[in-house]
Design a protein around this ligand. Structure first.
Ligand code: EPZ
Length: 442
């Protein structure tokens, strides 16, 4: 079984390059099939969620050509409007639900398996459905699939009851080729919503206001091909920023948009890090033990829920008592049990974690409950003394490109190991420690 072995205790230092944003790429790749012309998308991250959506596009008849590791040429003209989207890839990822919006927008018909994704709490799609219905579609959920169809889609005024990234993106896609004007109120403002809108506008759509809570769309009859480069991944960048803080390191994170990182930067400054910023890089320096703070996750520009495990794991090492409130997903503290194994002193009550900072984590045998929690456990392991083993890394690989390699480049001791292979090679320690770690330096 593949897992990471981490030998903690090293301060991270050096430069790391951030990949394209996974969550923007999922939306943009789904939207790329809305034209029959060819679209070229650059800065696509090479992670398993993205490979799954590309595979899905191919399986339903789209043409996908890999020009290099991060650049893809896509043509959706071969997709039939009657093709159901139901395969092993669709059910693995959350972002596959963007094919409902893109196919409904293009063909006025979509039949897509309900999405998978990280188990971080209830993930209803009622707001997506409300939006599709407001545009004139009939929507049915049956046999694990969402079937939406319309004779015509007509622009509408849609008020979102909750701020939802996925629903905002899906409704934009369904509305860009509807007749007349659509207004989405209480829309999500995340950078990937803006990136999707910019991408669709580069294909001829007329979307205004993305990045504010009111988005206005004038329907167009057709979209055309484009060349587009995806924004850097705000959450990958933030993860490295917290890795620098946890290990009292000095890390320069390149290829970022510092504006997207403001809520993260603010918290790092509050706990005592030094931050330097320029056009497309941010440097995080931590020279001493950091101090407590409180955090509440909120929709953008608030502190992202996708950074909650990473900051909690840093606060677990800070002087004083911190409080972290998770207001977006109700099941996002599952990793706290794992941190506790490392000596963290954290109590979870409902959606709040009360963290009494300890001086040091100790290495442990850990399991990643989901993508961001898995990355947070790697950060904790890097800051711990001794070795840790982190299992279920398939979750981490959903959203982090070359995670161990990038960490190694800035001084981390981390290795990806296949246990079975390792055993076959007889280099597995029999008497090393309770951790059952390989008896070798990494
Ligand atoms: C997106 O999920 C991201 N996923 C998540 O990324 C991220 O955590 C989340 O936005 C919040 O930023 C993708 O972009 C593929 P939401 P999404 O709809 O769209 C409620 C990661 O680690 N809600 O903004 O599914 C919902 O329950 C992850 O990369 C409804 O009530 O999230 C939640 O409380 C995991 N009804 C809140 O809204 C709906 O119809 C926000 O969810 C939709 C959502």
């Amino acid at each position: 079984m593949e897992h990471y072995i981490v030998k903690g205790g090293n301060s991270l230092s050096g430069e790391v390059e951030i990949a394209g944003a996974k969550n923007a790429a999922l939306a943009i790749l789904a939207a790329s099939i809305m034209t029959n012309e060819t679209v070229t998308v650059e800065n696509v991250p090479d992670v398993s969620d993205i490979r799954a959506i590309l595979k899905t596009i191919e399986v339903i008849g789209g043409y996908v050509e890999k020009l290099d590791r991060h650049t893809f040429r896509i043509n959706g003209s071969g997709i039939s409007k009657d093709t159901p989207v139901d395969n092993e890839y669709v059910r693995k990822i959350r972002g596959s639900y963007y094919l409902i919006g893109s196919l409904l927008g293009k063909y006025k018909k979509a039949d897509v398996a309900l999405p998978g994704g990280c188990n971080i709490g209830l993930r209803p799609i009622d707001q997506h459905i409300k939006g599709f219905r407001a545009l004139g579609a009939s929507v049915r959920l049956a046999s694990g699939r969402v079937a939406a169809r319309a004779d015509r889609l007509v622009g509408s005024h849609i008020y979102m009851d909750v701020v939802s990234v996925g629903a905002t993106i899906n409704i934009i896609m369904a509305a860009v080729m509807a007749e007349g004007n659509t207004t989405i109120e209480n829309a999500a403002k995340e950078p990937h919503v803006v990136d999707l809108a910019n991408f669709l506008n580069s294909m001829g759509a007329r979307i205004k206001g993305a990045g504010t809570d009111v988005i206005r769309i004038k329907g167009v009859s057709t979209l055309h091909g484009t060349n587009y480069s995806i924004i850097p991944d705000q959450i990958e960048a933030g993860t490295f920023m917290f890795a620098a803080a946890a290990t009292r390191g000095d890390v320069t994170i390149k290829n970022v948009i510092p504006k997207h990182l403001e809520s993260i930067t603010a918290k790092l400054l509050e706990i005592g890090c030094q931050i330097e910023e320029s056009d497309d890089m941010v440097r995080v320096v931590a020279t001493r033990r950091l101090s407590r703070t409180n955090v509440k996750t909120l929709p953008y520009p608030g502190f992202p829920t996708d950074m909650q495990p990473q900051i909690t794991c840093v606060l677990g090492l800070c002087r004083g008592i911190s409080i972290v409130t998770e207001s977006i997903f109700e099941n996002r503290f599952k990793y706290v049990d794992e941190l506790t194994k490392m000596g963290a002193n954290i109590t979870v009550e409902g959606n709040t974690a009360i963290i009494d900072g300890v001086e040091q984590y100790t290495g442990a045998h850990l399991s990643s409950p989901d993508l961001r929690a898995g990355a947070a456990l790697v950060i904790a392991a890097l800051a711990a003394d001794d070795y840790s083993e982190i299992f279920d890394i398939k979750f981490i690989e959903r959203g982090y490109e070359d995670f161990p390699e990038k960490l190694r480049k800035i001084g981390a001791h981390i290795e990806k190991i296949d246990t079975d292979e390792d055993k076959r090679n007889s280099c597995y320690a029999s008497d090393n420690s309770d951790l059952h770690i390989p008896n070798r330096d990494i």
